[in-house]
Every structure is written in structure tokens, then in C-alpha cells.
Design a protein. Structure first.
Lengths: 110, 120
């Protein structure tokens, strides 16, 4: 199972909006609405930001939003803040009854 | 509050074995789906495998690199999960996290991770 494809890095200025894409296939992202997103700060465990494409766990800022079209899911951060600087990973359930993660995106706040 | 604490990591030679533990509090391990996820140094996340809750059969699933070498189990009396890793190679060097699948096909609670280094 190949990793989902994400851009290596995305940057933006404070207050701006950025979008991170996550491209898979008809066996994972395109097959199920079971895409999740994780935020990981350096030397910390990942934190769940979204599940079922668009559902935000309690405590996650509504500046974050998730979507999906076909084989590509997206995470948008609006009103970018310094604390949003981190690595972000998407994940999808797959037809093999397994999970696949994305390659990861480093978000830099300029 | 759910807490997961991994332990058992360390340095092991290629071909060796290691058993990682994931001690849980705030949940009952027999009633949870729990996965192991690893992250090689400077690399991305990789799903290793999972164990389902008892009422769903308690079965295990593994990613291809783990099949036949890794085994996930649990000790209900200790409320702890285990990842037994055999025939280790340098590509298994990573921080290993346990994580609950408490929401729909996603990992909601994570431990802090334990580092496994496979080197001669």
C-alpha cells in the first residue's frame, strides 16, 4: 500500500488561509469517507484534527476544515496562527482492512 | 481521561526480538480497538497493526511489513497491550506509538511513543 501523497511543505503568513492536499486512490481515499487528519508538533505524539473527512473532535479550532473530492482530501487552515506551525498527516481506511498515512506536510508560518 | 503509556523500546541487533508494552488507563483494553503506529526518524507515520475489542472478535490485522513478524496481544488483568516484534531489521527503527481507534476509523488517543533502534 503506497502512502497517500501530500505536498512536502506549505507556508503562509499569519491570518492567511492555506490548504493541504492528500491524494490517494479508489482503494482508499476515493472508496471511503474515512479520512482523518493529524497535527504533530516536534517530538510530540500526533493529535487527531479530523475524522470522517469533515468531523472535528471536541477542542479542535473551527479555523480548521476538512473536505474531499474523488481521490483527494484536503485540510484548510484559516486565519493561520503561529501555533499552527507543525507537521500534518492525512490517513485513510483502505480496502485491505488497513490504514494508510500520507507522506506528511510541514506547515510554516512566515 | 484516557492515557496510554508505551515502554520497552531500546537498542536491539538485527535479527533480534523486542516486546513493547502499552499501559492504558481511562479505558478497558478488552473493550477498545487499539493500533500500533510507527514513525522512523525524520519520516512519516506508518500503521503497523491493530487488535479489535473482544466483542468484535478480538482479532488482529497487520500491515504487510509486520505480517509474520509482529504480534499484537493484550493482558486484560494488567490493562496492557503488547507488540511482540521478531526478526527485526534496520528498517524497523522507529518511534512506536499505540493509539486507540475510538472514533470512526481514526486514532483519537495516542501514547507518547517508545523508540526502537535496530543496529549492530
Amino acid at each position: 500500500q503506497s502512502a497517500l501523497t501530500q505536498p512536502a511543505s506549505v507556508s503562509g503568513s499569519p491570518g492567511q488561509s492555506i490548504t493541504i492536499s492528500c491524494t490517494g486512490s479508489s482503494s482508499d481515499v476515493g472508496a471511503y469517507n474515512y479520512v482523518s487528519w493529524y497535527q504533530q508538533h516536534p517530538d510530540k505524539a500526533p493529535k487527531l484534527m479530523f475524522y470522517d473527512v469533515t468531523k472535528r473532535p471536541s477542542g479542535v479550532s473551527n479555523r480548521f476544515s476538512g473536505s474531499k473530492s474523488g481521490n483527494t482530501a484536503s485540510l484548510t487552515i484559516s486565519g493561520l496562527q503561529a501555533e499552527d506551525e507543525a507537521d500534518y498527516y492525512c490517513s485513510s481506511y483502505t480496502s485491505n482492512n488497513a490504514y494508510v498515512f500520507g507522506t506528511g506536510t510541514k506547515v510554516t508560518v512566515l | 481521561e484516557v492515557q496510554l503509556v508505551e515502554s520497552g523500546g531500546g537498542l536491539v541487533k538485527p535479527g533480534g526480538s523486542l516486546r513493547l508494552s502499552c499501559a492504558a488507563s481511562g479505558i478497558t483494553v478488552s473493550q477498545a480497538w487499539v493500533s500500533w503506529v510507527r514513525q522512523a526518524p525524520g519520516k512519516g507515520l506508518e500503521w503497523v497493526g491493530r487488535i479489535k475489542r473482544k466483542e468484535d472478535g478480538g482479532t488482529t490485522d497487520y500491515a504487510a511489513p509486520a505480517k509474520g513478524r509482529f504480534t499484537i496481544s493484550r493482558d486484560v488483568s494488567k490493562n496492557t497491550l503488547y507488540l511482540q516484534m521478531n526478526s527485526l531489521n534496520t528498517e524497523d527503527t522507529a518511534v512506536y506509538y499505540c493509539a486507540t481507534e475510538g472514533v470512526s476509523w481514526a486514532f483519537d488517543y495516542w501514547g507518547q511513543g517508545t523508540l526502537v533502534t535496530v543496529s549492530s
